[in-house]
Ligand binder design. Structure first.
Ligand SMILES: NC(=O)c1ccc[n+]([C@@H]2O[C@H](COP(=O)([O-])OP(=O)(O)OC[C@H]3O[C@@H](n4cnc5c(N)ncnc54)[C@H](O)[C@@H]3O)[C@@H](O)[C@H]2O)c1
Length: 435
């Protein structure tokens, strides 16, 4: 099948590559020439495990190409995916200018029937707006499908190729059949394809992300209370999560959620509720708890070392908003590193993949280290901000030698407090007693 994907970011590039991997001819379109140049050389502009290998194979076999020429791509394709950004606007609503702009461009380029698919996360009613934008510029037949994406960065290829479910929002039998055919290689294990109307599909994506964000904020609130009352949130989490009605996933407390989705999608859902005369009290609380949680580790540092941190140096392990990605959009590390810099501290940063991104945010105001141990040299304390696997079983003896004092602030609860105490560390974590 002939597919074009407009927007080759975390979603579009993964979707395009995976559609090519299942035998389709895919053209990926972007306006970013730097990205296109890298992609044409077989290099992925983002770090996503397994992506580059798939990218190269499909490019080599001629099924995957990259272009800035949207018109040509649309003329060669039956399926036109929109996977551009929907950033948070000034008022919290999703900014749809990229989506609607691309929709009109697709409309102008069409020379026959097309299935136009919205893969970007968009508020309820966007399919109608896309339909109107296309209809305004063409008399060619088309259908608009809402096909939200549920992949997780860091496991995106696997999520795309083996999704828990595929949601197809559409009222045209023809487009539904075509979409089912396109997705058939990914649902061979009988994972469901849910067909519904456009609005329900659009709502499903926001409701899913809002619920996941809610679980995180809820557990962060529980963690903060655990600290006060002398309970251990890890034990509480296990006890709570083993209830099958609740489940163990997404109950890990930490330093707040970040990334390009949860913060903006929670805001967008609050905004949609307001537009329709409702007050989303719950999601406003989820958002407020998350904002507060991003500051918890800096408060702990100041409680231990004082509010004036000039003359202090901190090592940081982990900057991306979660492991196995280089994405730092809305990462808690941004708030934490800025908070410590503001208090006068010097920062020595390490991340296995996100140092390139980190430079864009912090420039020459911090020092960067490609190995985690080197970042520790001469630091007053270590802060752990992302739970990369390589941080889970480090050489604690070596860490003690390199640090000026054996002090750790762990925002991801990687270690056991009792063991850390025995090893001679002062160990702060989230929702557990400090030793
Ligand atoms: N990142 C995720 O994990 C994830 C998961 C599910 C859904 N989503 C949603 O998918 C959408 C895309 O997210 P992303 O993280 O891939 O964004 P991104 O910023 O990584 O990528 C967007 C791409 O679109 C390109 N673009 C912008 N305007 C364009 C135009 N007119 N023509 C062609 N290309 C254009 C940009 O250059 C960029 O490469 C968002 O709505 C997001 O909420 C993201």
């Amino acid at each position: 099948m002939k597919v074009c994907v407009v927007g080759t970011g975390y979603v579009g590039l993964v979707a395009g590559t995976c559609f090519a991997e299942s035998g389709n001819d895919v053209i990926c379109v972007d306006v970013d020439e730097r990205k296109l140049a890298l992609l044409r050389e077989g290099k992925s502009p983002i770090y996503e495990p397994g992506l580059e290998e798939l990218l190269r194979r499909n490019q080599k076999e001629g099924r995957l190409t990259f272009t800035a020429d949207l018109d040509q791509a649309v003329r060669s394709s039956l399926f036109c995916f929109i996977a551009v950004g929907t950033p948070e606007g000034a008022d919290g609503s999703a900014d749809l200018s990229q989506v609607l702009g691309v929709a009109a461009q697709i409309g102008r380029a069409m020379d026959g029937y097309r299935v136009i698919i919205n893969k970007s996360t968009v508020p309820v009613g966007t399919a109608d707006r896309v339909r109107a934008a296309v209809k305004a510029v063409t008399s060619q037949p088309f259908d608009v499908v809402s096909n939200p994406e549920f992949l997780k960065e860091g496991a995106a290829i696997d999520d795309f190729q083996r999704p828990d479910r595929v949601v197809i929002g559409c009222d045209s039998a023809k487009a539904i059949d075509l979409m089912k055919e396109l997705y058939s290689p990914f649902v061979r294990t009988e994972n469901p394809i849910f067909v519904m109307d456009n609005r329900s599909a659009e709502m499903t994506k926001y409701a899913a992300n809002a619920l996941l964000a809610t679980r995180i904020s809820f557990m962060n609130e529980v963690a903060n209370l655990c600290e006060r009352v002398g309970a251990d949130v890890n034990l509480v989490r296990r006890g709570v999560g083993s209830d099958r009605r609740i489940g163990q996933h997404f109950l890990f407390p930490g330093i707040g959620y970040g990334g390009s989705c949860f913060p903006k999608d929670v805001q967008a859902m609050i905004h949609t509720a307001e537009e329709y005369g409702l007050d989303s009290a719950m999601l406003r609380a989820v958002d407020a708890v998350n904002d507060r949680q991003k500051h918890v580790l800096v408060h702990k540092v100041k409680a231990e070392l004082g509010t004036n941190l000039s003359g202090r140096t901190f090592a940081v392990w982990g900057l991306s908003f979660k492991p196995r990605t280089d994405d730092m959009r809305e990462a808690p590390s941004l708030t934490i590193v800025e908070g410590l810099l503001k208090a006068g501290a010097k920062m020595q940063l390490h991340d296995p993949e996100a140092l390139g991104e980190a430079r864009k945010f912090f420039g020459a105001r911090v020092a960067y280290f490609t190995t985690n141990y080197e970042a520790l040299r001469g630091a007053d304390a270590l802060l752990i901000l992302t739970e990369w696997n390589e941080f889970r079983r480090p050489d604690f003896g070596r860490m003690k030698q390199l640090l000026k004092s054996p002090l750790i602030f762990d925002g991801r609860n990687l270690y056991e407090p009792a063991e850390m105490h025995e090893l001679g560390f002062t160990y702060h974590s989230i929702g557990r007693v400090t030793v």
